[in-house]
Ligand binder design. Structure first.
Ligand SMILES: Cc1cc2nc3c(=O)[nH]c(=O)nc-3n(C[C@H](O)[C@H](O)[C@H](O)COP(=O)(O)O)c2cc1C
Length: 210
């Protein structure tokens, strides 16, 4: 609150003037938690069944065991494949994959072989029976534990059973996975973005200065 110090304001007066500046509106409930990833989910137990669906309704829900969810509408071509096989791969997307990410989110596997159309390479997953997308910097192999119907979407709760990390983004000397060099993209309110410059590191606000 630099204004407080600069102008020697009382805390009450400060809240009064900032409340005037940031006037709020009440909106009906909606899906406005952003930014989110736009990940490409690969499914299918055989090449004939392979498909990719772009999802933004996804996230981490437990650290140990590592667990996550994706929410999928039952009318998607991928839905029945997901339900039948109970396995899928979350492929993180980067700038090179931005076009494929959007295209796989507007076209259906009912009509297209999305791997072929987008020139993507289905590669063997290590644990699950679904392909990884070879071009993705990070492919997270998941096994479905539960399916919760919520309304428009069903939530697939899954355990992470293996991760394939692209060596292009692993620092050879430190072994560190340099996610910052992978050029990951974010999705916010209908638009895709580059990630901007780093503004801090976990815990930087309490770190002692050296
Ligand atoms: C950025 C983006 C995010 C999306 N997120 C979801 C999602 O979370 N869940 C979902 O069911 N569909 C989502 N979609 C829509 C599906 O990807 C789209 O309907 C796709 O064509 C389904 O493919 P399929 O019929 O081959 O399964 C999203 C689309 C885009 C472009």
């Amino acid at each position: 609150m630099p204004l407080l110090r600069t102008f020697n304001l009382t805390r009450e007066y400060y809240h009064e003037i900032t409340a005037m500046v940031y006037k709020k509106q009440n909106w009906k409930p909606g899906t406005l938690i952003y930014p989110l990833p736009a990940a490409m989910i690969s499914v299918g137990a055989s090449p004939e069944e392979y498909n990719i669906i772009t999802v933004s309704w996804l996230g981490t829900i437990c650290s140990d065991p590592a667990m996550c969810y994706i929410s999928v509408r039952p009318n998607r071509h991928s839905y029945e494949i997901l339900k039948k096989n109970g396995e899928f791969v979350i492929n993180l997307t980067n700038e090179d994959l931005a076009k494929a990410t959007d295209w796989c989110g507007v076209k259906s596997g009912k009509e297209f072989n999305k791997f072929n159309e987008m020139g993507l390479s289905p590669q063997k997953a290590t644990v699950v029976n679904a392909p990884i997308i070879g071009e993705s910097p990070l492919s997270i192999e998941c096994k479905v534990k539960d399916i919760i119907p919520l309304g428009s979407h069903d939530m697939f709760i899954a355990e992470v059973v293996n991760i394939q990390a692209d060596e292009r983004f692993i620092d050879a000397s430190s072994g560190e996975f340099k996610l910052d060099t992978a050029k990951l993209i974010a999705y916010s309110h209908g638009h895709y973005y580059h990630l901007g410059q780093e503004i801090g590191k976990f815990g930087w606000t309490v770190q002692k200065k050296k």
